[in-house]
Every structure is written in C-alpha cells, then in structure tokens.
Design a protein around this ligand. Structure first.
Ligand code: ZN
Length: 200
C-alpha cells in the first residue's frame, strides 16, 4: 500500500491519520479528555438523502458545507456540526475526516457499560448505507482492514469492544441496523474467509 497521503494539508501518518486513506480534514472535532483511553469502536451507517448512495452530501455534511436547499431532508441536518473519524463508501473507498487521537462528533448522547459520552473514548466509522439495505462486500473488506489497523494502534479496542451506534444510544439510534452482518464482519476480523459467494 502506498504511504502517500494524497492531501494538501497537515494530515500525516503517525499523527492519527491512517496511511493509504484519503484524508479530508473536518473542522468538526475536539480534544479528548486528558485521561481518555481509546477503547471503543462504534459502527454507524449514514446516507444523504436517506437511502440514496453515491452523492457528495455526506462529505459536505462533515465539512459543514451541506446545502440545505438541495434536498428537503438536508434542512433538518445542515447546521448541526457532526463528523466521524472514517467514512466508507459503497465501493469500499474510505475517507478519513478526523485524526484518530482527536474527538470526533459521531455518537452524540451515548453510554456504554456505564460510561457516558462515548465520543470521549471511541473511534467512529460510518458506512454509507441504510439500516435495511445490505452493505457491499467492498465495504466489509475495507471495514475489516481499517478495524485491524485501528486495533493495532489502540489495543484496548478488543473484538468485544466493537459496537453499533444503536448499542450506545438505544432507543435513539438504530444504525448500523439489521442489515449489517455482524457475523460476517467478525469473521473477517478473525481472518476467516467469508462463507459462500459474496452476498452483496
Ligand atoms: Zn450513527
């Protein structure tokens, strides 16, 4: 894999930016608490407009440039600064928006095993998708690859500490949704071959 960071600005590998991942630095982040140990990975899905894939809108949202006039739904989310560390498109291309060591704004009001404010101590990955639409083989492959790279940097993120947004914000969030195949993902993480033919 190329070590080149194909971006103009500050992001460099070793500074919390993953090698070989296209970097688009979002302003939507903050510092983690001084004593934060990064020990949780939160999996999400997002699509803009909901259920439509392939547009520039998610990147626009994370970069605070989503045009609220471009779609009726956009007015409901534009102006609310959010971000995730990583976004994986339907074709498996990944974009990194926030350095892993920084606090991205993905989980919102949240709690895991009695600890609130999951953004303080978690990394967030968004898959382009919707709760009831199967994710693509390319997305699972990239997600597993990125997860392994993240676990190598943050060994406190064990396989048991990879959760869904719906796990940390139950009743408020439903993503990554029932179409997300946890067994397939965990099998890839464990280095197992996916069973049968690609399912998406
Ligand atoms: Zn989410």
């Amino acid at each position: 894999m190329s070590a080149t960071i194909g971006n103009t600005g500050a992001p460099t590998a070793g500074d919390g930016w993953l090698e070989g991942v296209h970097a688009v630095a979002s302003p939507n982040f903050g510092e983690r608490p001084d004593d934060a140990v990064i020990d949780l990975l939160v999996i999400h899905n997002i699509s803009l407009p909901p259920g439509e894939f392939g547009g520039p809108w998610v990147e626009d949202l994370f970069m605070n440039r989503l045009d609220p006039g471009a779609h009726a739904y956009f007015a409901t989310v534009a102006g609310n600064p959010v971000s995730a560390h990583l976004f994986i498109r339907r074709d498996g291309e990944a974009v990194q928006f926030v350095a892993l060591g920084k606090r991205a704004w993905h989980a919102g009001r949240s709690c895991w095993q009695g600890r609130e404010e999951c953004n303080d101590y978690s990394i967030g990955i968004e898959l382009e998708g919707a709760d009831d639409t199967p994710f693509t083989a390319a997305q699972y492959a990239k997600l597993a690859e990125l997860t392994r790279a993240i676990m190598a940097r943050y060994p406190a993120i064990t396989a048991e500490r990879v959760v869904g947004h719906s796990d940390v914000a139950p009743g408020r969030k439903t993503d990554p949704g029932p179409a997300f195949d946890w067994e397939r993902y965990r099998g890839l993480l464990a280095g197992l071959e996916p069973a049968g033919e690609p399912r998406a």
